[in-house]
Design a protein around this ligand. Structure first.
Ligand code: FAD
Length: 475
């Protein structure tokens, strides 16, 4: 059978060995959750002739990819970019007819220390290299010891670069020990450069700190989001929301919004269907494409070992405060500024979406996103939007004096489950669980970013893999 990775032309019959013809449209597959994983699975199955329904709890599809439009600003409240190295996302975008465009400029940013910002430049011009070296000097990363450690880390990444894949993470599982990234790097390269080198890069992407993730996860993230120098961000013309629109269109009429699944029903070691508020819905296979925490809630009959593995998955928390502005408060060619943990700042970083995606905001304006993560985000969750705004803005103007106190608009978004973190050893445990067929449960597949190297790309990949596995089971 053709793998869905290739998204074959629509068929209503599929030949299986022995010349028997199966009417695949008679096989009902239920997909729980219309995030990227669920939508990718549904559109692949539908394209191959299966009878698919996607049951989504929320009133909108996309999960952690959410678009909000304010005036002429299109705001990606969740994921906002792919990388050129995300093979699954790039291929799927191509097949869906969604052109991805490279961000127009290299990613330059500033890092805060002792009352000022030091620049980190994403291009290879001699002046930029010199300015970046000066930044590293001022952070003592180029002290003889720090330099040795940075070089050692760079050698480690270079040696494993082909394994650090967001599409197939199976080759980096030997790096996924039970240690946290902090413990792993402390023992392998030393402690001097650790926080200054790994902190801002990791925190900006994962909304967490190096002690909260495993080493393989941290290495792949740092390699693709900064240190390989070639992984350019790419995004659809209309922002990530446009990609979700295309997936939804490809799913046709199979999507049911505002339909939370209360329980996945397993009987005699196989999936039989799901329970919704309207009653029992029968199916030949079920793909659970929610977060791991929801999967634990709605599939209480999963084998104990599978449940134990799912319990290891954690998620970061973040609060994003968006400001529409007439102009950017950063130097003209900067995308972002970051505040390492040692500064004690409430905000971990600020970025200007207009630099990455100028087409999503009115010409000449800026869309600033101030990010608060982890415990500090959790503390904000209980406050009203007005209070959060007040606290964040009063902090931001202390560090970035050019920040306007009278933005065009503001928007506060809370993410109690933001990025999947995969603490050390979790990716390996999940990989084994999948290889072992969820402890022998037939017709139940798990999909979601947590099944791979957490990202929008892994979510899509896991959806296509689950579609393949469901089809294999049904045929
Ligand atoms: C702020 C933020 C920024 C990010 N930035 C990036 C980025 O730039 N690049 C990148 O690659 N990744 C990024 N990510 C991560 C990326 O968004 C996720 O990895 C990806 O979207 C996860 O997709 P998913 O389908 O696995 O899960 P989800 O998107 O969480 O989808 C799960 C779906 O299941 C639904 N659901 C839950 N319970 C039920 C139920 N009982 N019944 C039915 N449906 C249910 C949910 O409503 C949701 O729609 C970011 C994430 C966040 C939060």
């Amino acid at each position: 059978m053709q793998r869905f990775s290739d998204l074959a032309e629509s068929v209503s019959e599929i030949a299986i060995p022995g010349n028997q013809i199966v009417m695949v449209s008679e096989k009902k597959v239920l997909v729980v959750g219309a995030g990227l994983a669920g939508l990718a699975a549904a559109c692949a199955l539908r394209k191959n002739g299966f009878d698919v329904s996607v049951l989504e709890a929320a009133a909108h599809p996309g999960g952690r990819v959410v678009r909000k439009v304010v005036d002429a600003f299109q705001i990606d409240l969740g994921a906002n970019l792919f990388l050129e190295t995300f093979a699954t996302a790039n291929q799927l975008a191509d097949q869906l007819g969604v052109p991805l465009r490279r961000t127009p400029v290299p990613i330059n940013s500033g890092i805060y220390r002792n009352g000022r910002f030091y620049g980190l430049y994403g291009d290879n011009r001699p002046s930029s290299l010199w300015k970046t070296a000066r930044t590293m000097l001022s952070f003592q990363l180029l002290s003889p010891k720090g330099m040795w450690q940075v070089a050692k880390f760079a050698r480690m990444l270079q040696a494993r670069k082909d394994d650090l894949s967001f599409d197939d993470h199976s080759r980096m599982l030997d790096l996924d020990t039970d240690e946290s990234a902090t413990e792993f790097f402390e023992s392998k390269i030393g402690t001097d450069c650790l926080e200054w080198l790994f902190g801002p890069g990791l925190s900006g992407y994962t909304f967490a700190h190096p002690e909260q993730v495993g080493a393989a996860y941290a290495m792949a993230t740092l390699w693709h989001f900064g240190m390989n120098g070639v992984a350019w961000p790419v995004l659809p013309e209309g922002g990530m929301g446009a990609f979700v629109d295309a997936l939804v269109e490809a799913c046709g009429s199979s999507l049911r919004l505002s339909t939370p699944v209360r329980r996945i029903v397993l009987e005699n070691g196989a999936a039989k269907g799901v329970v919704t508020d309207a009653g029992f819905v029968e199916a030949n296979a079920v793909i659970c494409a929610t977060t791991a925490s929801v999967a634990l809630d709605i599939a209480p009959d999963l084998p104990l070992a599978v449940r134990d593995t799912l319990r290891r998955v954690t998620y970061s928390k973040c609060c994003r405060v968006f400001f529409g502005l007439d102009s950017s408060p950063f130097p003209p060619d900067w995308y972002a500024v970051s505040f390492p943990r040692q500064t004690g700042a409430l905000v971990t970083g600020m970025s200007n979406a207009a630099v990455l995606a100028p087409q999503t905001v009115p010409k000449g304006t800026a869309l600033i996103d101030a990010l608060v993560i982890d415990q500090q985000a959790e503390e904000l969750f209980s406050l009203s939007d007005e209070k959060i705004l007040e606290r964040v803005l009063s902090e931001v103007v202390r560090y970035v004096p050019k920040m306007s106190r009278e933005p065009l608009f503001t928007h506060v978004h809370r993410w109690p489950e933001a990025m999947c973190l995969s603490p050390g050893g979790t990716m390996t445990a999940l990989y084994r669980t999948r290889q072992e067929g969820l402890g022998g449960i037939g017709g139940l597949l798990l999909a979601g970013d947590y099944m791979g190297m957490p990202s929008a790309n892994a979510a899509l990949r896991s959806g296509l893999d689950a579609a393949d596995a469901a089809a294999e089971y049904l045929l």
